[in-house]
Design a binder for this molecule. Structure first.
Ligand code: NAD
Ligand code: ZN
Length: 345
């Protein structure tokens, strides 16, 4: 089958013929229809320091996908060939304390699809049945392909109460943009998005942010005055990994404010702990999605009117992957999809 493969010590990916994956008794084989390009895939393309430490090559990469089941292992009863599915990108051990207690998102032995095991930028992918999510019939097929990053947005946004709250989102990448739509849908009052990139500010506006600002031009204290906010932000969703963004967030939170950190900083960030202590802030790290409460929440929010489709700005056939990666890394895009040719098999 055709697949995008990472080879060590070089920039980029190679399009190659690789053997089709085989399935064990508990696995499901899926024909991939659409995949999303994630920041992680861009890091693997660039072969940065994190990628060098984490990825064992050669490896088929990619983890955001939707497709149809073509075969199931002999132990698999609840999935059938033809089912429209996506895969949870973290394969957990099932045996640690957290897995046994049903807190699988806290598994300390999780393996990343397309990072530590073969991924989805291929015609076929095999994953354990415990990682398969069957989509409701009314879920848009393109949105189905981005349930992984959509799930990051939902997990972060709903990690604390947002109904009636004033929210600051720093970073309007695909995930920050989806988070803006999610918290509006969940009843937030003001949703302020801070983002230096003009293309992405426009996207955040389309996704329903109340006010979008360029942090290099506007101070968040001014914004709070303009909106008539008396206290600071109740909730902060950090989705940039940028130090200045985190500093501005800590500085503009209300007493008792809750910060959820999804953004991955490249280096350590010093923060003013006086502000954290005396303003009684909570800072919580968020990783991945909750299995499978987040997946359920995504589905029911879509069914109750949430629309994240505007975040998908570009689509390319799989063999134009080089152009797709270029656009995904340009900053002039939201989510970029690769469409796989399902007529080949
Ligand atoms: P992205 O890189 O596309 O978006 C980040 C955005 O932050 C960019 O648009 C950038 O212009 C903006 N930004 C840069 N400096 C800023 C500043 N000072 N203030 C405000 N915004 C600023 O990333 P994404 O795919 O949307 O993901 C968001 C973040 O979440 C990234 O840091 C990513 O690495 C991380 N992430 C974490 C997890 C997890 O499980 N914790 C999963 C996926 C992604
Ligand atoms: Zn575990």
């Amino acid at each position: 089958m055709k697949a995008l493969v990472k080879h060590a010590e070089e920039v980029g990916l190679r399009l190659e013929d690789v053997p089709e994956p085989t399935i064990g008794i508990n696995d499901v084989l899926i024909r991939v229809e659409r995949t999303g390009i994630c920041g992680t895939d861009l890091h693997i393309w660039d072969w940065n320091g994190w990628a060098k430490e984490t990825v064992v090559t050669p490896l088929v990469i990619g983890h955001e996908f939707a497709g149809r089941i073509v075969a199931v292992g002999s132990n698999v009863n609840d999935f059938l060939p033809g089912d429209r599915v996506s895969g949870e990108g973290h394969v957990v051990c099932g045996r640690c304390r957290h897995c046994l207690a049903g807190r699988r998102h806290l598994c300390a032995n999780a393996q990343g699809v397309g990072v530590q095991r073969p991924g989805a930028f291929a015609e076929l992918i095999a994953i354990p049945m415990t990682n398969v999510w069957k989509h409701a019939d009314d879920v848009d097929p393109e949105v189905a392909a981005i349930f992984d990053p959509f799930g990051n947005a939902v997990h972060t946004a709903l990690s604390t109460e947002v109904l009636g709250e004033d929210i600051l989102i720093t970073g309007a990448g695909p995930i920050g943009c989806m988070a803006a739509a999610v918290v509006r849908h969940a009843g937030a009052r003001f949703v302020v998005v801070s983002e230096p990139n003009a293309y992405r500010r426009a996207l955040a506006e389309r996704m329903g942010a109340t006010l979008v600002i360029d942090p290099t031009e506007r101070d968040l204290h001014d914004v709070q005055k303009e909106l008539g906010m008396v206290e600071g932000f109740d909730v902060g969703l950090e989705m940039s990994g940028n130090a200045a963004a985190l500093h501005a967030m800590v500085d503009t939170m209300a007493h008792g404010g809750r910060i959820a950190m999804l953004g991955i900083p490249e280096t350590e960030i010093a923060i003013d702990w006086h502000e954290v202590v005396f303003n009684m802030l909570t800072i919580r790290g968020i990783y991945g999605r909750e299995m499978y409460e987040t997946w359920y929440q995504m589905t029911v929010m879509l069914q109750s009117g949430l629309d994240v489709r505007p975040v998908i700005t570009h689509r390319f056939p799989w063999d134009e992957f080089e152009r797709a990666f270029e656009v995904a890394g340009s900053g002039e895009s939201g989510k970029v999809l690769l469409e796989w040719d399902t007529t080949l098999g």
